[in-house]
Write a protein that binds this ligand. Structure first.
Ligand SMILES: [Zn+2]
Length: 110
């Protein structure tokens, strides 16, 4: 596992921006931010490209209708449908460091 250093976060964000280019929900190209699907507290997935997604500020944080932080369950369902392989990957790897929030989301889905 790689060690934390200040440049790593920047390189990760840059790589996600280069890959995704626009908000992956609405395809807008401004106010873009990188979101971690599994919390960045998960050291194992923190800089994994499968765990990063480019979103506009609305779809990242602000929209009460659909955003990664305000409608978490909806957002994760959307992500799972759109990127089933990445979702599978994250499910397989996230438990290397237990992530309580995502477990709660999965339970609520049933
Ligand atoms: Zn958006």
């Amino acid at each position: 596992m790689s060690k934390d250093n200040p440049g790593q976060e920047g390189r990760f964000k840059l790589a996600v921006k280069k890959r995704d280019v626009v908000c992956q929900v609405c395809f807008k190209a401004d106010n873009l931010e990188v979101h971690h699907i599994v919390t960045r507290n998960n050291k194992f997935l923190k800089y994994d490209m499968n765990n990063g997604i480019l979103l506009c500020a609305d779809h990242h944080v602000y929209s009460p209708v659909f955003s990664a932080h305000r409608t978490v369950r909806l957002f994760l369902d959307w992500f799972e449908n759109r990127y089933p392989e990445r979702w599978e990957y994250l499910q397989r790897h996230k438990n290397k460091v237990f992530h309580k929030e995502l477990e709660v989301q999965k339970v609520n889905k049933k």
